[in-house]
Design a protein. Structure first.
Length: 221
């Protein structure tokens, strides 16, 4: 609204990831400098309190030309959270839950084509591959590559980068939230945001239990 430019301070890897998403004339600039910056949640709180008409909107201009294929899926079930182990644990699903979900999904849609971008242990990865699940490590490509991959697929994800990428680009996705998600979701789930417009939220009703959210997903496939 004020024609200001948002400058994000990061390392060269972050710059390489984000630059392909920014078109010409973008109001976002990525600088190769960590700097000391401003605490993100503190800044967000200040903006929310002082800019009442501010809202989140789609900012990655992509046309997803393929219609959503109900037999094709891409999923992310694990958060790494190097600096917040408990947060990562509370947002992540255990392997047994995920494996059971895939078995039930295949029972409903035998020809389901599933890509899993979660970080699993070697034996877990081997088990999923044996069940016909395709594994993909997002770190092997760019965010642009991931955008191309989700095109035309149904997206199931926890609170992780994939959810924000879908909201920012306008691609529909189903997001599983823990019973007590972090406070930013109080704003992002608001009716005037691109998150609410593009994402379907399923939240835990029992602490640390993903049984009901997974059942709710299966009921929609």
């Amino acid at each position: 609204r004020h024609r200001s430019v948002l400058k994000i301070l990061g390392n060269p890897t972050h710059r390489d990831l984000f630059l392909p998403l920014l078109g010409k004339g973008s109001k976002i600039d990525i600088a190769n400098d960590y700097g000391h910056g401003v605490k993100y949640m503190l800044l967000r709180s200040w903006i929310s309190a002082n800019e009442k008409d501010l809202y989140s909107s789609k900012w990655i201009n992509r046309d997803f030309i393929e219609k959503i294929n109900r037999n094709k899926f891409i999923c992310c079930w694990r958060a790494e959270g190097a600096e917040a182990k408990f947060s990562a644990f509370s947002r992540s699903l255990g392997f047994d839950h995920v494996q059971g979900f895939y078995i039930n999904l295949r029972a409903i849609i035998p020809n389901a084509e599933i890509i899993d971008i979660s970080k699993w242990k070697p034996w877990e990865s081997e088990s999923l591959i044996n069940h016909g699940i395709k594994l993909y490590d997002p770190k092997e490509g760019t965010l642009e590559d991931l955008l191309r991959m989700i095109n035309g697929r149904r997206v199931f994800t926890i609170d992780t980068a994939l959810a924000h990428l879908c909201a920012a680009s306008g691609h529909p996705a189903t997001v599983l939230l823990p019973m007590f998600p972090d406070e930013r979701w109080l704003e992002l789930k608001g009716s005037n945001t691109n998150y609410r417009q593009n994402l379907n939220f399923i939240q835990q009703v029992e602490f640390c239990s993903w049984r009901n959210p997974l059942r709710e997903i299966l009921a929609t496939v």
